[in-house]
Design a protein around this ligand. Structure first.
Ligand code: CUA
Length: 353
């Protein structure tokens, strides 16, 4: 048990850990880490001073060998009482100044949307994240792509229970509360993929409510925006057409919950927008990886992930709403579809690039 705890502790402190708050890559997370350092070192000094005092008193006033009964008792000492009130008050003020400054720095965006900063509306759902870029006409899920070195303004909301938006390397967590829009901003100083995680217990699949922030160079980001803003292509291949029919038809019923821009019948708002699902590097709120070792999308991995996910989502992400409420899953069972039907659905989703 002790060994297990030690291993967890050591692994948890590795600086290369993808969710380490000690390896910051943006100004917001950096300022929060600096604040942590200030409070930690002041706290350490106080701790040492108090412990030294305790040990000193325990030794200095211990019971002597020849001592009878209780030692002399004293009550009230104005000098000491004033000292131990004033010193902590000063320490608290020392902590409050940088603390308050950091709170306001993190609250006020250096480039709000009114001044041209990018705006993303992030909303938490049981158990996935939706990202809407209102100025760009893009909706995506579980994958927030942003340009490197730019201020990103986030409006945070929830459609069901309280969630919390957290990308440890970029910014501290902020709650997503139904009926109350919280705001935050962040900026990433390096390209790459950053782990995000819901940080507020929100029900059975909370631990599987993850997302990624993918930080790109401006030209790559613009290219991605152009692709995402386009409507889905009309299916031409017969298998893809069969998949599209199933998607909107009564047997699979996918379109009751999922939107596909360009399809007149797929307008559901319960699950993620799937217009460009085949461009996503992860499925099922960040728990299925569709990439190769170098982080690029791997078509055959995506294909087999889609197949596993459609076939039995309950096995992959227990408690998810799709396998609970989708009629084709009959309350958490594997899909009531044959192999050919699943192949057709996979082919259709693979065509949504
Ligand atoms: Cu959403 Cu925890």
């Amino acid at each position: 048990m002790l060994f297990g705890a030690l291993v967890a502790l050591v692994l948890g402190c590795t600086p290369s850990h993808p969710q380490s708050t000690f390896d910051t890559l943006g100004p917001v997370a950096k300022s929060q880490l600096n604040l942590f350092a200030i409070i930690f070192w002041i706290g350490l000094v106080v701790f040492i001073a108090v412990e030294v005092g305790v040990v000193f008193v325990a030794i200095r006033f211990r019971k002597k060998k020849d001592q009878e009964g209780e030692p002399p008792q004293t009550h009230g000492n104005n000098k000491m009482e004033i000292t131990w009130t004033v010193i902590p008050a000063i320490v608290l003020m020392l902590i409050a100044i940088p603390g308050t400054m950091t709170i306001f720095d993190n609250l006020v965006s250096p480039q709000p949307p009114e001044e041209g900063g990018m705006l993303i509306e992030a909303s938490g759902r049981q158990w996935w994240f939706e990202f809407v870029y209102p100025e760009l006409g893009i909706t995506t899920a579980n994958e927030m792509r942003i340009p490197v070195g730019e201020v990103i303004n986030l409006d945070l909301e929830s459609r069901d229970v309280i969630h919390s938006f957290w990308v440890p390397k970029l910014a501290g967590k902020v709650d997503m509360v139904p009926g109350n829009e919280n705001k935050m901003w962040l900026q990433a100083n390096e390209t790459g993929e950053f782990f995000g995680q819901c940080a507020e217990f929100c029900g059975v699949a909370h631990a599987n409510m993850r997302f990624r922030v993918i930080v790109m160079n401006r030209p790559d980001f613009d290219l991605w925006v152009a692709e995402q803003a386009a409507e889905a292509l009309e299916p031409v291949d017969p298998l893809v057409q069969a998949g599209a029919e199933l998607f909107t038809g009564p047997q699979a019923g996918c379109s009751a919950c999922h939107t596909i821009q360009g399809s007149r019948r797929a307008r559901g708002k319960v699950g993620p927008d799937l217009t460009h699902v085949a461009s996503r590097l992860h499925l099922a709120a960040g728990i299925m990886n569709n990439t190769d070792d170098s982080g690029n999308l791997n078509e055959s991995t995506l294909q087999s992930n889609l197949r596993s996910w459609i076939t039995d989502p309950e096995k992959i992400k227990p408690g998810n709403i799709m396998s609970r409420d989708g009629a084709v899953y009959n309350g958490g069972q594997p899909a009531n579809l044959n192999e050919e039907q699943i192949s057709a659905l996979v082919a259709y989703l693979m065509a949504l690039k």
